[in-house]
Ligand binder design. Structure first.
Ligand code: PBG
Length: 323
C-alpha cells in the first residue's frame, strides 16, 4: 500500500499538526439572561443557566473574563406587567435592560457587548414585532427596532443583534445608528434564522413563547437553503458587519453555503435546545458531557463559522484549558 492516511494519526502531536480546525475561548459569545430579581434564578429547562440580576450578571461577566471569554449577548426577561402589544417598554430610556447594559459597559470597558433587537421580550403577544389584526406588521416594527438599536448603542453596545427577521431592518438600523453618531456600533444580523423547535428552553427563560400562532411568517422555513443566500446578500448589502445562522447544528449545511457566498464573518447560534439536549443526554449517562460539547462546537467551526454563540461558553473555555 503506497498511501496510508493513518500515518497522519499516529500520535497526538501529528494529529495536532494536521488539525484543520481549532477551537478557542476567543471564538465564543456567551448569551446571558437578565432579570430584575434578587440574585439569580435557575431555568428549569436549561441546567447551569440562570436569569441574573445586575449584580449577579456583573459577577458572571467577571468569571467569564477570567476564563478568557470576552464577548457577551444579553437578553432581558420582563414580568408580564411590563409587556404590551407594541413593546412600549423597549423604548423607555431608563428600562432595566438599558440600565444593565450601561452598568456592564462602565464596569468592563473592554468587553464586546452584543445586544438583542426584537420585540418578543416586551410583547404581550410573544411576537418579535407589532401585531395588528393577527398579523406581524413589518415596517412599523422596523421603525421601533431602529430606535431600540440607537438606545442600546447609547448604553454601550459594541454591536446590536436584530433577532427579529423583519425585512429591511438592517438598513434601517444602520441608518439610525449613523444618524445618531454611532458609526462604530456594529450590526450582527440574524440572517438565516429558522422557525425552529430548538428555541423551546429560551422561550422558557424569557417567558416569551408566542401567545397565538407561530413565527413562520417571519422566521425561515427549515426546508430552505437558497433562501438563506438571498437573506445573506440582502443583509450584506444593507450594511451588516457579521451574518448569523441559527440554529447551528441542524443547519451546518447552511453555515457552509453562506460561508461560500460571503467574505463577511459568520456567526452561528448554538441555541438553547441544542444545549439542553446535551445536558439531558449527559445526565442520563448517554454520552460524555465535555467530549460531546467540544465535538459539537468544533463541528460548527468546521462548517465555516468564525464565531459561536453558545451557553457552553464558560464550560467549554474551562474544558479547553485542560487540553
Ligand atoms: C427571539 C429570539 C429567540 C432566540 C433568540 N432570540 C427565540 C425565538 O425566536 O423565539 C433563541 C435562542 C435560543 O434558543 O437559544 N428574538
Amino acid at each position: 500500500m503506497l498511501i496510508r492516511p493513518r500515518r497522519n494519526r499516529t500520535s497526538a502531536v501529528i494529529r495536532d499538526l494536521v488539525a484543520e480546525t481549532t477551537l478557542s475561548a476567543k471564538d465564543f459569545i456567551y448569551p446571558v439572561f437578565l432579570k430584575e430579581v434578587a440574585g439569580k434564578e435557575a431555568i428549569a429547562t436549561m441546567p447551569g443557566i440562570y436569569r441574573h440580576s445586575l449584580e449577579s450578571c456583573l459577577h458572571e461577566v467577571d468569571r467569564a473574563v477570567e476564563l478568557g471569554v470576552h464577548a457577551f449577548d444579553f437578553f432581558p426577561a420582563l414580568p408580564d406587567s411590563a409587556k404590551d402589544a407594541t413593546g412600549t417598554e423597549a423604548l423607555r430610556r431608563e428600562n432595566f435592560y438599558l440600565r444593565c447594559l450601561s452598568a456592564i459597559r462602565q464596569r468592563f470597558p473592554e468587553v464586546y457587548i452584543m445586544t438583542d433587537v426584537a420585540l418578543d421580550p416586551y410583547s404581550s403577544d410573544g411576537h418579535d414585532g407589532v401585531v395588528r389584526n393577527g398579523k406581524i406588521v413589518n415596517d412599523e416594527t422596523v421603525e421601533i427596532l431602529a430606535q431600540m438599536a440607537v438606545l442600546q448603542a447609547e448604553a454601550g453596545a459594541s454591536a446590536v443583534g436584530p433577532s427579529d427577521m423583519m425585512d429591511g431592518r438592517v438598513a434601517a438600523i444602520r441608518k439610525a445608528l449613523d444618524k445618531a453618531g454611532y458609526t462604530d456600533t456594529g450590526i450582527v444580523s440574524y440572517t438565516a434564522k429558522y422557525a425552529s423547535a430548538f428555541y423551546g428552553p429560551f422561550r422558557d427563560a424569557l417567558d416569551s413563547a408566542p401567545k397565538f400562532g407561530d413565527k413562520k411568517t417571519y422566521q425561515m422555513n427549515p426546508a430552505n437553503s437558497r433562501e438563506a443566500l438571498r437573506e445573506a446578500a440582502l443583509d450584506e448589502a444593507e450594511g451588516a458587519d457579521m451574518l448569523m445562522v441559527k440554529p447551528a447544528l441542524s443547519y451546518l449545511d447552511i453555515i457552509a453555503k453562506v460561508r461560500a457566498h460571503t467574505t463577511l464573518p459568520i456567526a452561528a447560534y448554538n441555541v438553547s435546545g441544542e444545549y439542553s439536549m446535551i445536558k439531558a443526554a449527559a445526565a442520563a449517562g448517554i454520552c460524555d458531557h465535555d467530549r460531546t460539547m467540544l465535538e459539537v462546537l468544533l463541528s460548527i467551526k468546521r462548517a465555516g463559522a468564525d464565531v459561536i454563540l453558545t451557553y457552553f461558553a464558560l464550560e467549554a473555555a474551562q474544558a479547553l484549558k485542560a487540553i
